[in-house]
Design a binder for this molecule. Structure first.
Ligand code: SF4
Ligand code: SF4
Length: 155
């Protein structure tokens, strides 16, 4: 079962360490595990507007909302994005509003349901923020049908 390792991190690093000064484990631990960045999106070429669909990358685990092959994912999905403090600005326009990286980049605080604050990886699910049990796999839905699966971002 995939899992985000949140052990051995500096206390409240998300409040006092800038994104570009975080260690790799801290950076990885910042992900709330919502799974929303692993959904396929539709982008309007004219307006640049992005619509989220519930059609998930074939490697997304719908129960944990984590990548089932995270360390070796590029072997299967070469186009999967590697977000870093340097590239986050390029991704701001499509990242979900609740994404921890987006929130901190904007100078906002993490929500109480964030696992770093609650101490449990489950709170992102119980708060209804994650995609748990809400996705369909891209392996089962053709590109031409994505439009039928557009969703409003869960809170
Ligand atoms: S949207 Fe942000 S917080 Fe949610 S899974 Fe993706 S990187 Fe993590
Ligand atoms: S390869 Fe893994 S991390 Fe990348 S989009 Fe797919 S499920 Fe998400």
């Amino acid at each position: 079962m995939p899992k985000i390792d949140r052990s051995g991190l500096r206390p409240k690093f998300w409040e006092n360490v800038p994104l570009d000064k975080m260690t790799r484990p801290e950076w990885e631990a910042l992900c709330d595990g919502c799974g929303k960045c692993c959904l396929n999106k539709l982008e309007d070429e004219d307006t640049g507007q992005v619509a989220l669909t519930r059609v998930a990358c074939r490697l997304l685990d719908d129960e944990t909302c984590l990548c089932s092959q995270y360390p070796i994912r590029h072997q299967f999905v070469p186009e999967c994005i590697v977000m870093t403090p340097k590239t986050i600005l390029d991704h701001m326009y499509w990242l979900p509003e609740t994404c921890a990286y987006k929130l901190l980049h904007q100078g906002d605080k993490l929500y109480d349901w964030h696992p770093l604050i609650s101490g449990s990886p489950d709170t992102v699910h119980t708060a209804g923020v994650s995609m748990q049990y809400r996705t369909v796999s891209e392996a089962e839905v053709g590109d031409d049908e994505w439009e039928d699966h557009i969703i409003e971002e869960p809170i």
